[in-house]
Every structure is written in C-alpha cells, then in structure tokens.
Design a protein around this ligand. Structure first.
Ligand SMILES: [Zn+2]
Length: 283
C-alpha cells in the first residue's frame, strides 16, 4: 500500500497491514490508540476478505449490499472480529444509518439495530461499528471514564450535528470531561472530490458560523470539506485540537484501497469503522 497524503492539521496517518495473507482483513489505526491496553479500534479497507462481487480477488465488503452474497459479508464480519479481537464471536453492533442526529447506547445484550447514526458504549467486549463508502466515520474514546463511540456523518448527518450532539451525550450520560476525549476521523470523501450543490451550501451556511471556511470552488464546482466540518464539531464539543487525529485519506481518490460510492458510481461495498473496550484480563 502506498502512503496517503493527509492535511497538515492532522497528525500523520498510520497504516497497519495487520496480517500478511491475502484474505485477511486489513485496517488503518489512529496513532494515539496504537498499542492501547483498553481499546480495540480500526478503520477497515477494501483488500482482503471473501467478497468477489466487486473484485474477483476477494474484498472485505462488510455491508449487506444488494449486490453481494450475504454469506460472504457475514463471513467477512467473522474474519474481522477474529482479527481485531482474537474471537470471531465478539459482537459487532451496527445501526440502521439514516443520516440523522441520533446516537444510541449499546451494551452486551441482544442487539436489534435501531435507526440511528451514532453508537455509544461503556461496556466491554462489544464492537461498535459504522458502515461507510464516502461518508465520514468518526470514532471517539474517553480513556478516563472508559467510554467509546462511533458516528456516521454524511452531509445530512453533519448538518444535523450527529458528532457534536453525540459527544454532548457522552458528557451528559457518562460524566466525561470533553478535554479528556480523543477522536479519530477515518477515510471518507475529501474536499478534493466532494462536489455538492447549492442546497447543501445553503444548509451549511444556515447552520454553522464557520460554514464559509468549509467550501471552496474549483472550475465553477462547489466543494465541501466534510472531514473538516466534523473536526469543527469535535472542537465545538470541547475536544482539544491535539486529541483529534485522521486515519486514511480520501475514499474517492483511492478506489483501490477504499470502497467509494462516488468513484464506483454507486455500486460498491462498505467499510467498517469500529471501536470497543477490551474485556479485563483476569490477573
Ligand atoms: Zn479525493
């Protein structure tokens, strides 16, 4: 894999090829969480896995898309749970993502995915997962209170402040101090590729005082910096600038490495961004 350029405001990207064999899941990690004793996390990529619908060599599609064989997706999820936690039975909790502002609290019990775009948990032994193929995944961890969260932010969810409100909920419900929180923004469509219409611009201008700083124009096309919009929400929620990192780059620029809704013209798989609390190891 080749290195991916990352804007200078973020700490350097770290790519981790976790296993050497061709069908093994691979994921990116955030530097601040590497080697963490209490945390599991990762942003999956396209290579590896058993899905052959988008590439005959096998890919790690983790979304139950209309095109893919659901048995292959289920097998990919087991491979991922095994690779990330050492146990294929580790539950991966998802939500039915609807581009809204709602986050839900998840535990170890039976899970019927609700409609939401954020997951929060203080329980160990569970992976929280967001599925994306251009939208922005954001993972948050509180190493003091031991709380984790995962958010899905496309432009609609960003306008709805899913990340900002989700962090506020962590603070309100779990007693976290925003200054203790750490975040990682994963691979998603960048300002280099994300052309949007006037209605998106209008919604952002109406919603955020800093909205003008999120847009620029190239050849008459309006481009939105969605990762930066979500970094601003993390800052607005009280995180320190140095606690916000970026893992991975633009999905649309690297369709070999990432599933991209735009680059693949809508027919593509889904990556997972996961975070969880490791179970305590008996002494
Ligand atoms: Zn791009």
């Amino acid at each position: 894999m080749r290195p991916i350029p990352v804007p200078s405001r973020y700490n350097r990207v770290q790519m981790t090829a976790s296993h050497p064999t061709s069908n093994s899941p691979q994921w990116l990690t955030a530097p601040q969480w590497q080697g963490s004793a209490w945390l599991w996390h990762g942003f999956t990529t396209r290579p590896g896995g058993l899905s052959t619908v988008y590439n005959p060599h096998g890919e790690l599609n983790l979304g139950f898309t209309p095109d893919d064989d659901s048995a292959a997706v289920a097998a990919n999820r087991l491979l991922l749970a095994q690779a990330l936690t050492g146990d294929p039975a580790t539950p991966i909790h998802t939500v039915r993502q609807i581009h809204c502002e709602r986050s839900v609290v998840a535990g170890r019990g039976p899970w019927n995915p609700p409609e939401a775009d954020g997951l929060i948990s203080a329980e160990s032994g569970v992976l929280l997962a967001i599925l994306t193929a251009d939208c922005i995944p954001v993972l948050v961890a509180d190493p003091v209170r031991r709380v984790v969260a995962a958010f899905h932010a496309g432009w609609r969810g960003t306008v709805a402040r899913v990340v900002e409100l989700g962090v506020a909920r962590i603070v309100a419900d779990f007693g976290s101090n925003p200054a203790d929180l750490q975040a990682a923004i994963g691979p998603g469509i960048g300002a280099c590729c994300y052309t949007v219409g006037a209605e998106v611009h209008e919604r952002f201008i109406a919603s955020f005082g800093y909205a003008a700083e999120l847009f620029h124009t190239v050849d008459g096309n309006l481009r939105l910096d969605l990762p930066e919009a979500n970094r601003r929400q993390l800052l607005a929620a009280g995180l320190a600038p140095g606690s916000i990192q970026r893992a991975g780059g633009c999905t649309s620029c690297h369709p070999d490495l990432y599933f991209s809704h735009r680059a693949d013209q809508g027919r593509t798989g889904r990556m997972m961004s996961l975070i969880g609390i490791r179970p305590a190891i008996a002494q």
